[in-house]
Design a protein around this ligand. Structure first.
Ligand code: SAH
Length: 527
């Protein structure tokens, strides 16, 4: 279940995939479909529709107390994916329904009637469930009745050509909180077989595609189907607070968003549903100004990344190396030692820094303002220096006046380390990409040409007072669990590009690393 980590955080299967062995021991009907492999692992053949159906019915029974019947020749829903969609609807409408009755429409409810059954059971939502197919309609109605949910779920048969308009004709005053839809995905048989919709290098789908013709195929595929919902929504507008639709193909997102933009729909968002090895996407739009719009997952991931601090550890032996022999303090605190070393190095790098109160008592924090990319200059200069050394004419073996042709100059693939210096280039194995000089702002690059090693400014401005800066960050230093190791964290505050903080972090880390791997220093005078 490769994608389960990215399931909706409230999805009950997120960190707890179904326990087939347990379910098999409890449900004899399910047991018939499981097999135990040589290592004793209990598995299920997802290519067998009967096995998939058994799993769905068993999970609905075990985890939601629902008993359903579905014919093999109609779409068999998978529970984790349907749950992901229900949870996203909760996010859209701002809650599970505790603030009053919530009403939704499920367009094309299928034989299972799964969305209304889950929404009503989990959240007490009212549902209008539509269906065009007779078999699906009859099964859906029966599934609702058998679970005693007819008070909450109304299943209606609608003509093929209509989507929302006809279903809403009768109740002209009622406002629905949302509609949801798992549209027929495929435009034609070829698409249904996986031609067009999947990258040809990808392996064939790992699960079976069950489903009848009207269920999985629609004229023009999901794109046209969803466009029809959009056009209905342009007439219905505020009759529903949120319109939503699942998509089987990521490439459907852009044209549908464009369609919504063209018609000036004010609120639009999307998400992705990850479960097992399958991904699906969903789009939602609203004509209301007061709805909260959940962020799409890519933005969320970026935000999470931005919030996550960069960290590295300085191990106890390295901390010890920093102990100044002349220091009067017999046992300087490791956090203080590292902080002092960082202050010295940052001064050399012309990165403005100022101590600020740490979050915890045992923590020291520095507020950093980087105004120029000195760490890349140093690295660049080391490289140039190394290159110059390599390109120097060599003494000819026989004493003749021979100049080595550049083409004959051995070009090492990696810059050699510069062990004699504290401030060296960063070509170590853990240096990150994106550090190329092309990323360095021009003004800063010119300054680098001066070639003087960075030294502390005569009168450093206060970090908060500079107007032009590359980035600001908060660096905190704290001891790691009494081990004598010290943890350094860099929290992004603001600036041009987080990669710059990444570079500085790598620079500091590598410089400390080099200190530790340098030949042993002469024994220290003080204990
Ligand atoms: N919601 C179910 C079924 C999805 S399959 C699930 O998630 O498992 C799509 C369903 O839409 C099929 O049952 C199909 O019969 C139905 N359908 C197709 N066109 C429709 C339309 N115009 N109005 C309502 N339902 C439609």
């Amino acid at each position: 279940m490769a994608l389960n980590k990215s399931m909706h955080p409230r999805n009950r299967y997120k960190d707890k995939p179904p326990d087939f062995a347990y379910l098999a021991s409890k449900y004899p009907e399910f047991q018939q479909h499981v097999h135990t492999n040589l290592t004793g692992r209990v598995g299920l053949n997802f290519k067998d529709p009967e096995a998939v159906r058994a799993l769905t019915c068993t999970l609905l029974k075990e985890d939601f107390g629902l008993s359903i019947e579905i014919p093999l020749e109609r779409l068999i829903p998978t529970v984790p994916l349907r749950l992901n969609y229900i949870h996203w609807v909760e996010d859209l409408i701002g809650g599970q329904g505790d603030g009053g009755t919530r009403r939704g429409i499920d367009i094309g409810t299928g034989a299972s009637c799964i969305y209304p059954l889950l929404g009503a059971t989990m959240n007490g939502w009212f549902f209008l469930a539509t269906e065009v197919d007779d078999i699906c309609f009859n099964f859906a109605k029966k599934n609702v009745e058998n679970n005693g949910l007819a008070d909450l779920i109304k299943v209606v048969k609608v003509p093929q050509k209509t989507l929302l308009m006809d279903a809403l004709k009768e109740e002209s005053a009622l406002v629905y909180d949302f509609c949801m839809c798992n549209p027929p995905f495929f435009a034609n048989q070829l698409e249904a077989k996986g031609v067009n919709s999947r990258n040809s290098r990808r392996p064939p789908p790992s699960s079976v595609n069950t489903g009848g013709v009207t269920e999985i195929m629609a004229e023009g595929g999901e794109l046209e189907f969803v466009k029809r919902i959009i056009h209905d929504s342009l007439q219905l507008k505020g009759r529903l607070r949120w319109y939503s639709c699942m998509l089987g193909k990521k490439c459907s997102l852009a044209p549908l968003k464009e369609e919504l933009r063209k018609h000036g729909v004010p609120r639009v968002t999307h998400t992705e549903f990850c479960q097992g090895r399958t991904m699906r996407w969903a789009l939602a739009w609203s004509f209301y100004d007061d709805v909260a719009v959940p962020s799409p997952p890519c933005k969320k991931r970026k935000l999470e990344k931005a919030r996550k601090p960069l960290t590295f550890s300085v191990l106890k032996p390295t901390v010890k190396l920093l102990r100044a022999p002349e220091s009067g303090d017999p046992a300087p605190c490791p956090v203080e030692l590292i902080t002092a070393w960082l202050e010295k190095t940052l001064t050399e790098l012309k990165v403005l820094h100022k101590r600020v109160p740490g979050e915890e008592e045992a923590e020291l924090s520095l507020f950093l303002t980087a105004v120029e990319n000195s760490w890349v200059h140093i690295r660049q200069r080391r490289r140039d220096h190394g290159r110059q050394l390599r390109e120097l004419p060599r003494a000819p073996p026989a004493g003749g006046n021979v100049t080595l042709h550049p083409a004959e100059t051995p070009q090492p693939t990696q810059d050699p380390p510069d062990p004699g210096s504290q401030v060296t280039d960063e070509g170590g194995p853990d240096s990150r990409g994106g550090e190329g000089p092309e990323e360095v702002p021009v003004a800063v690059e010119q300054e680098a040409e001066s070639g003087t090693p960075p030294s502390g400014p005569a009168q450093p401005p206060s970090p908060g007072s500079v107007q032009h800066f590359l980035f600001k960050c908060l660096l905190s230093v704290r001891e790691e669990g009494g081990s004598g190791d010290v943890g350094v964290q860099m929290h992004w505050v603001e600036g041009q590009n987080r990669d710059l903080m990444n570079q500085l972090c790598t620079y500091l880390k590598n410089t400390l690393h080099r200190l530790a791997s340098a030949p042993p220093a002469p024994p220290l005078a003080s204990p």
